[in-house]
Structure formats: structure tokens, C-alpha cells
Design a protein around this ligand. Structure first.
Ligand code: NAD
Length: 481
């Protein structure tokens, strides 16, 4: 039985339809939704970019992209039928070429969505032309990619530019982390169970750690990355969103503004971060590969490829409970997880020799998505009451069967949400600004102090100072594995 609910018919225009993101994620994702039966047969996908291309040439481009980046088992003829829904229109985001022709391809009775898969410098130009050439209807949606600004000022400027032509209910700011099935599962775990929520506060939780580790370096993206760094590229958006979902109050309903209001309150309740509670790192060379600086233009670059920090949320629920965040490139394993470490039992009836034991709930976002709850039990044997922590382990693939492992990719999910008109998993403008307002002073303090990131060995867990950040508090990071 298919659990897929088809969306209304739509015209989706992908500005930047010949770009890297379109090739890797958007186009293969649309094909998979088509095969899953979610995309109505009359839906239209129009690639739009600067190059001159015919519809057929673009179809060949789409076929290659899907083959390379994620086809899915399909029936004979299905690929051609999908490509029959695809077209191409040359447009100039900075001029007037192509806009009227693009408008002529759009239908009045279909949901209309424009995906801005181009650099943010073009967002304002595109929004303005959609309006002036009459392509934007009352119910048109626009989808904008990260990075949403470089700091608070530029994010505000982008929000203002978009707001001149679209209202907030039409603007879908993508943070693809929110589209991950396991990230949404955070809300299901917290608010669908009786077991966790009563303990989910400073009284019972010792600390929370959030790790997003990558094994890759900056590679060919060095030019872009060097102007950004881990704080802007990961903490301000992805880790911040995870922090919000873990820390927010229960929204009254699972509805866009209820959820986003609660997330915003978390960001606004974050204390400014003490400079000595932040560790920056930059990966060094080893015998196998060059270090960070070899991939970027500036051989003395002080951009960080790693950040660890300790954050505090000043509200009733979390006062006194630290949140440790860590992300970096070229680390030991590719892993994303959130660990909620509970406090020790208030009194041990087993005496000091039983040792310290505590419960820990780890939610793995990738790989091998699932959850582990460490529970303390008696170590078997006759030697008295010795205790040991053992995991109650669950992987979604095991628990849910093949369907559990076959989760739609984040982009697939989010694009379908755009067509449905559901903004729950998209960032609101005020959220993005609040997140920048929190990260800006940290970045400014580095610049002011001429801070140089600590070098760290590839394949490890970041600079030693990051370990010290926790050790000083009598705590330790979970292993990156
Ligand atoms: P890209 O450089 O590969 O593609 C840019 C696209 O924009 C091309 O199709 C190009 O033709 C089009 N374009 C450029 N100038 C234009 C103009 N004046 N008029 C019309 N079209 C024009 O970029 P990308 O990697 O696909 O990234 C697109 C956006 O997505 C960026 O904002 C990027 O930060 C973001 N993003 C990319 C990735 C990724 O994996 N590539 C991941 C997350 C976010």
C-alpha cells in the first residue's frame, strides 16, 4: 500500500537549473518523487539559467544528472514520461531576456513555485523580475537556498529585498537539515512519547552535545568556503536548527508558525558565547594529503574548518545546562548525532565502589539512523553489586523494515512541502536573523583579536582544545565513529 499522497499539479521553475545543486539534488529528487507517484503526471519542471539550450538538450542534461546522482528503480517508459514534463528556458536574472517566454510557459491553474538555486546576489533580481514581468501570482512560492546572508546585516538586506515582492508566507528558506527524516524524528521522539519530555530539562539533564562531523575537506569548494568557515556554513544554520528542535518548548500544534515561534524563542534565549568557550580549528596536512590552506587562495587563511563551543540557554527549562556544539571537516568519521546526557541518580544505594553511572540518549542522524539509550544494569556474576551501562539500541532500518531505510532525501521532501504550501520545515526570516545576531559577535571577536585557528590532524576529532573545553567541566565528548 502506497503511503504517498500526490500533491496538486504544479509548475516548478528552477533558476540555476544547470547548476551543481540542481544536478546533484533537485533534479534526481524530483525524478524519485515522480516514480513514487507523488508528482502528478501533468506537473511541469522548467530549468532556467543563462546558457542557451533547447528543451531536448536540457532533457539530456537531466537524464545524465539523474543517472549520475540517484536514479531509482522504475518501470520502462517512466524515465521518458518524466523527461516529457521537463523543459528549459534561457533567462537573464540581471536583464530582461527570456522572462516573457518563461511566463508564457506557465499555467494559471497550477501551483507555481520558483526555486532560486543561484547565489544570493541574484535573489533580489529574480524576485523583482518575477513581479515586474507578472510571473508572480498571489499564491506563488519562492524557494531560496543557503547561504542566507553572511551576517546579520546582509541577511536583513536579503529579507528586505524579498519582502518588497513577496510576503513571508510565500518565502521558503531551505535548511536541508530540516528535511532529513531523522531530524523531524526529533520532534516525534520528544512530543510523541510520555517517557522523555518530563525529564527534558535542567533538573534532569546534565548536558547536551551535538556533533556534525565530516570526513571530507573543502576540496574544490575552497574559494567559497574560505569566505565562510564552519561557524557561518554549519553552526549558524544546521547546528542551530538541531539545537532549536532539541531545546524548544512543545508547540501547541505541529503547524508552521507554532513550531517556528518556539524555535525563535530558543535562539533569542541563547546567551552570548564567552570567547573562551569557543574553539576554532583548521585541518593541517598529513603524509597523504595537503592541509586546508592548500585548497584556498590565501596561504595564510585563518578561516576555521572546525568549531566547538559551549552555549547556554537562559530560560526556566535550561538554565545551567550546557549545550556543547561541534562540527568540522576532515574528521575521523562522517557522523551526525545528538546526545542527551542525564544527571547521576541522586543517591547510590550501591556505594562508591559501584562507580558513577548515568543514562544517555543518543539520537543518530547519520549514518545508520537510530537511537541508543544507555541504561545501567547489574554486571552479571557473583562478585557483589557491580554496575555497568549497556545500550538499548534501535536502528530505523531494523525497526521499520525496508521502508524505514528507504527514506526520501531531504530535498525531495522539502520540494513537495513547498508545493503543498507547508512552511513548517523552512526557516522564517526572523529566525535566520536571530541566529546571525547570535553568531556575529563570536565571529567579530575572532577578527578583533586576530584569532588564528588551532591546527588539527586529519582523521581525528579536532584540536585538543576542543577536548579540553569539556574536560575542564568534568565531561567528555562522545567518540566520533
Ligand atoms: P552553480 O554555480 O553550479 O550554478 C549556478 C546556476 O545559476 C547556473 O545554472 C547558472 O547558469 C545560473 N546563473 C548564474 N548567473 C545567472 C544569471 N545572471 N541569470 C540566470 N542564471 C544565472 O551553483 P550551485 O552549486 O548549483 O549553487 C546554487 C545555490 O545553491 C547557491 O546559493 C549555493 O550556495 C546553494 N547551495 C549549493 C549546494 C551544492 O551542493 N552545490 C548545497 C547547498 C546550497
Amino acid at each position: 500500500v502506497s503511503r504517498v499522497i500526490p500533491v496538486d499539479t504544479f509548475d516548478l521553475v528552477i533558476f540555476g537549473g544547470t547548476g551543481d545543486l540542481a544536478r546533484r539534488k533537485i533534479l534526481p529528487g524530483l525524478f524519485r518523487r515522480y516514480c513514487a507517484g507523488q508528482m502528478p503526471p501533468e506537473a511541469q519542471i522548467i530549468g532556467a539559467a543563462r546558457s542557451e539550450m533547447t528543451d531536448d538538450e536540457y532533457r539530456a542534461f537531466v537524464r545524465e544528472a539523474v543517472d549520475e546522482f540517484g536514479s531509482t528503480p522504475h518501470e520502462p517508459g517512466q524515465f521518458d514520461a518524466f523527461l516529457g514534463r521537463v523543459g528549459y528556458q534561457r533567462v537573464d536574472a540581471k536583464g530582461s531576456d527570456g522572462w516573457e517566454d518563461l511566463g508564457a510557459r506557465l499555467r494559471d491553474d497550477a501551483v507555481r513555485a520558483f526555486y532560486f538555486s543561484v547565489g544570493p546576489a541574484l535573489f533580489g533580481d529574480l524576485a523583482e523580475r518575477l513581479r515586474t514581468f507578472g510571473l508572480a501570482t498571489q499564491d506563488t512560492r519562492i524557494v531560496v537556498e543557503k547561504p542566507f546572508g553572511h551576517d546579520l546585516q546582509s541577511a536583513r538586506a536579503l529579507n528586505r529585498e524579498l519582502a518588497e515582492h513577496f510576503n513571508e508566507g510565500q518565502i521558503y528558506r531551505i535548511d536541508h537539515y530540516l528535511g532529513k527524516e531523522t531530524v523531524q524524528n526529533l520532534m516525534a521522539v520528544r512530543f510523541g512519547n510520555m517517557l522523555f519530555e518530563p525529564l527534558w530539562n535542567a533538573q534532569h539533564v546534565d548536558h547536551i552535545q551535538i556533533t556534525v562531523a565530516e570526513t571530507v575537506g573543502v576540496g574544490g569548494r575552497g574559494g567559497y568556503y574560505d569566505k565562510s568557515g564552519a561557524m557561518r556554513d554549519m553552526i549558524q544554520n544546521h547546528l542551530m536548527q538541531l539545537l532549536c528542535l532539541i531545546a524548544m518548548e512543545p508547540p501547541a500544534r505541529f503547524e508552521p508558525d507554532s513550531v517556528r515561534d518556539e524555535k525563535l524563542k530558543v535562539i533569542r534565549a541563547l546567551d552570548p558565547v564567552e570567547p573562551h568557550h569557543v574553539v576554532r580549528g583548521q585541518y593541517a596536512a598529513d603524509e597523504n594529503q595537503p592541509g586546508y590552506r592548500a585548497h584556498v587562495e590565501d596561504p595564510r587563511s585563518t578561516t576555521e574548518s572546525f568549531v566547538a563551543l559551549k552555549a547556554h540557554i537562559s530560560n526556566w527549562r535550561w538554565a545551567g545546562t550546557p549545550f556543547y556544539l561541534r562540527t568540522g571537516k576532515m574528521l575521523r568519521a562522517r557522523t551526525s548525532e545528538i546526545a542527551v546526557v542525564f544527571k547521576d541518580a541522586p543517591h547510590s544505594i550501591f556505594g562508591a565502589e559501584a562507580g558513577r553511572h548515568r543514562n544517555m540518549l543518543a539520537i543518530r542522524l547519520q549514518p545508520n539512523e537510530g537511537m541508543t539509550l544507555d541504561v545501567t544494569i547489574k554486571e552479571p556474576g557473583p562478585g557483589g553489586m557491580r554496575l555497568v551501562d549497556v545500550p538499548l539500541d534501535m536502528s530505523f532500518a531494523d525497526a521499520l523494515g525496508p521502508d524505514g531505510a528507504d527514506m526520501p532525501d531531504a530535498y525531495e521532501r522539502l520540494i513537495m512541502d513547498v508545493i503543498r504550501g507547508n512552511q513548517t520545515l523552512f526557516m522564517r526570516g526572523d529566525e535566520v536573523e536571530a541566529a546571525w545576531a547570535w553568531t556575529d559577535p563570536i565571529i567579530e571577536s575572532w577578527a578583533r583579536r586576530g584569532d588564528v585557528p588551532k591546527p588539527y590532524d586529519p582523521g581525528g576529532s579536532g584540536p585538543d582544545d576542543a577536548l579540553m573545553l569539556m574536560h575542564r567541566d568534568g565531561r567528555r565528548w562522545r567518540d566520533i565513529k
